[in-house]
Ligand binder design. Structure first.
Ligand code: DON
Length: 317
């Protein structure tokens, strides 16, 4: 219900047009030259730094796409909101958040300091909490990953979506910091399974999609877990509220406070260069540009979102 209260504050969005979106994209294209493509996962370093795409799905399900909309990229940390939804629907919110906090952060996405100080992750958006979240999804072997994949396919109504095996292998063979967190949490009694569970996290991060797919995911959480075409199989206002609140306070990591101040919308970034944005009760936005800022968030993506929010008065504040 609150999501609709937010919606009333926004201005009329019927004016969304491809022309306006194009000018926002062109104005911000230059930021892609100022950021840096992620290379700590070697395979990601191969991405084309200059790619830029912007997609919007309006309330009525109408889709606008501009820029490199056919370019695929890996969703990386954006997969964390899907895994959280599945873990909470299976285990219940109390059981999931008994093992981690609802806290915001002043730390980068791969910080694990809290595993030592508090004995558990800060939140499910940073890597530690996300690895733990995925381990809470039921099923042996890659079953938990397949649930995440199926949910992404459902939300986007795109059954062709799969994961990028090269990116997966690349992270699996170099992701020792995440592996370290996995074993610290096993040591703390938070994780009970074997490394298949970590592989599921790496696989979900490697799910490959487009900016339009991200806009549809943003739309889903903006609209009480109702899909862009109106399908309400998973309708759940409380779930949407939980996911959106985590996106708002930690979805952009240590940049989340400044992002909330300037953009004011629940959003989730990934080091593949994507950001998915939920405009509560209204639309979903997906952006892609792989050159990142120092926090691991898409630089041109952030600036496109900022302009879109200003143009259409979308902030929830
Ligand atoms: O675990 C990692 O480091 C990556 N697979 C995901 C990190 C990420 O996307 C952070 N977001 N901006």
């Amino acid at each position: 219900l609150n999501t609709f209260a937010y919606a009333q504050k926004t201005t009329d969005i019927s004016a969304v047009s491809e022309k306006t979106l194009n000018s926002i994209l062109e104005k911000n294209r230059t930021y892609s030259a100022q950021g840096k493509v992620a290379d700590y996962i070697p395979e990601l370093a191969k991405m084309e730094a200059g790619a830029v795409a912007l997609s919007v799905v309006e309330k009525n399900g109408k889709i606008f796409n501009v820029g490199d909309v056919h370019k695929k990229f890996t969703m990386q940390s954006i997969s964390k909101i899907i895994a959280l939804m599945i873990a909470v629907s299976e285990k219940g919110e109390a059981n999931v958040f008994d093992k981690m906090g609802y806290f915001g952060t002043d730390r980068p996405f791969n910080s694990y300091i809290n595993l030592e100080t508090a004995g558990k992750p800060l939140n499910p958006m940073m890597n530690a909490g996300a690895i733990l979240t995925t381990s809470l999804i039921s099923g042996d072997g890659e079953k938990p990953f397949l649930k995440v994949l199926e949910m992404v396919r459902y939300m986007t109504k795109n059954s062709a979506i799969d994961y990028n095996k090269s990116v997966y292998e690349s992270e699996k063979s170099t992701g020792h910091r995440n592996r370290g967190m996995f074993y610290l949490m096993k040591n703390n009694g938070l994780i009970s399974g074997n490394e298949d569970q970590l592989d599921n996290y790496f696989k979900q991060c490697s799910i490959e999609l487009t900016a339009e797919d991200l806009a549809k995911i943003g739309y889903f959480f903006a609209n009480q877990c109702v899909r862009f075409d109106g399908d309400s199989t998973y309708k759940n206002a409380e779930m949407a509220k939980l996911i959106e609140s985590q996106m708002l306070i930690a979805g952009m990591y240590e940049f989340s406070g400044e992002y909330a101040r300037t953009v004011g919308l629940p959003s989730k970034s990934g080091v593949g260069g994507g950001i998915t944005v939920s405009v509560p009760g209204k639309m979903g936005i997906g952006v892609f540009s792989p050159a990142l800022d120092t926090h691991g968030n898409s630089l041109a993506g952030y600036h496109m979102i900022l302009d879109l929010v200003k143009q259409y008065g979308l902030s929830i504040f």
